[in-house]
Design a protein around this ligand. Structure first.
Ligand code: KE4
Length: 431
């Protein structure tokens, strides 16, 4: 039973459920994977969020990644206040969109041409459409445990015929949409090679989370991404790195910089909007020339390149671009890793902790996690107890085993020590 008072959150949840599906505007927020009722947030500042009952939490969700500077960063807020006074949306080009696109290309040189959209889903959905238009092929390869947003063709799981026909992973997705999506196990280069050698000429693109943040935090095996790059080049298949989450998280230049792989297209989101709705896709200019109005592949958006989202993104990337920023971010992330591993050791509980730069995850298992099947074999019931024990001790983790945690520039050594103490007490309690 929670030790903290959640009276107001509970009342708000009851009210929300009468008008919003499940009381939330995105499923994971409903705490279904961990039990209990969601906390409703009133405000956030630096490393902390505050709920409507006045409880404060050290936050490692950070809006699922975007708040890498910490919440309500003064420079971002100031820039947004000034931008608001100039109007909130024009539906016409602004210098801000070009400014952010230029900043992105400087950090992600593989993105020679960039299109702004309003979410990660729009970015991946659009990138796939462009890849299909460019190659004149229909099939797409994705990987189990990777999430690329909720476009119909991506809510697909492996069909019974192993990796031939995809089947819908949600009601409402027509079988016809699913059949062009092939779903393979992550980190299995042999399975990938078999499919592209057999069917490569029908495959438009491969979309992959280079580090899988939607199954917790699963790292590519040595040589895996290189193998995918080699095979997609050989078969003229467009390689799309979905870096909506790994972008600016695995490193400043994302996973493509960290693993030194040049994808043909990249999808970004989250951090580039500094907490406002945003997404972007881009890549090789010969591919991106296909995008309307320059090319025939249609894609559009009322609020694409919105001046407020651009302003928050520009300010965020400006601060991230400072030399000492990533040194600090990585040091904080490594310190948290060490502290949590030590807490588990001292408490005598079996965990596996994985980290890629500033994103991380704790699994309750003694086996290594290489793919979604491994992740699912970890003890999710114990994870749920871990989540609740940490929340009660003022630490906000992602309410699902299959989500990553994130570090921010605002988390202090004291926050990390408090987190480690909370983890030690919780581990002792649940082991
Ligand atoms: P959005 O449409 O939610 O902006 O982005 C979709 C998306 C695409 N690609 C990757 C790698 C992603 O992680 C996401 C969204 N991430 C989830 C967290 N696992 C957002 C949280 C939520 O769905 O509420």
């Amino acid at each position: 039973m929670s030790k903290l008072k959640h009276t107001k959150s509970l009342a708000l949840f009851k009210k929300a459920k009468r008008i919003i599906p499940g009381g939330v505007n995105s499923p994971v927020r409903a705490f279904r994977a961990v039990g209990g009722n969601p906390i409703f947030i009133q405000s956030a500042k630096g490393p902390k969020i505050y709920d409507v009952d006045g409880n404060g939490y050290i936050d490692y969700v950070l809006s699922w990644g975007p708040m890498i500077l910490g919440h309500s960063h003064p420079a971002v807020i100031k820039a947004l206040q000034k931008a608001c006074e100039r109007g909130t949306s024009y539906g016409a080009p602004t210098p801000l969109e070009t400014e952010l696109a230029v900043m992105i290309r400087k950090i992600y040189p593989s993105m020679e041409i960039v299109r702004m959209v309003n979410s990660g889903t729009e970015a991946t959905m659009s990138a796939i459409r462009v890849a299909r238009g460019f190659t004149k092929r229909d099939k797409v390869i994705k990987f189990e445990g990777c999430y690329h947003g909720h476009a119909d063709g991506l809510l697909v799981k492996a069909g019974s015929g192993a990796a031939t026909f995809g089947v819908p992973d949600s009601p409402g997705v027509p079988r016809d949409y699913a059949k062009n999506t092939i779903t393979l196990p992550y980190n299995d280069l042999a399975a990938f090679k078999r499919i592209v050698e057999k069917d490569g000429k029908h495959i438009a693109c491969v979309i992959i989370e280079p580090v899988v943040g939607n199954s917790g935090c699963i790292l590519p095996r040595p040589g895996y991404l290189e193998g995918i790059r080699k095979l997609t080049t050989k078969h003229d298949i467009v390689l799309i790195f979905d870096e909506v989450m790994t972008g600016f998280r695995v490193s400043f230049g994302g996973a493509q910089k960290a693993f030194r792989i040049k994808p043909d297209m990249t999808c970004l989101g989250k951090v580039i909007g500094g907490g406002l709705p945003v997404g972007a896709y881009g890549g090789r200019s010969d591919i991106m020339k296909m995008v309307s109005p320059e090319g025939p592949v249609y894609q559009a958006g009322t609020l694409s390149g919105n001046p407020l989202a651009m302003t928050a993104g520009i300010e965020t990337l400006r601060i991230l671009s400072r030399p000492e920023t990533y040194k600090q971010l990585m040091a904080k992330s490594a310190a948290l890793e060490e502290a949590l591993k030590d807490a588990a050791r001292r408490a005598g509980i079996k965990t596996k902790f994985y980290r890629a730069g500033t994103m991380f995850c704790t699994y309750f298992t003694d086996k290594e996690i290489y793919n979604f099947t491994d992740a699912k074999s970890s003890d999710t019931a114990v994870f749920a107890k871990y989540f609740s024990g940490m929340l009660d001790r003022g630490v906000n983790l992602a309410p699902s085993q299959f989500e990553a945690g994130f570090m921010s520039l605002a988390h202090s050594g004291a926050d990390i020590n408090k987190t480690a103490r909370a983890a030690y007490e919780t581990f002792k309690e649940i082991k």
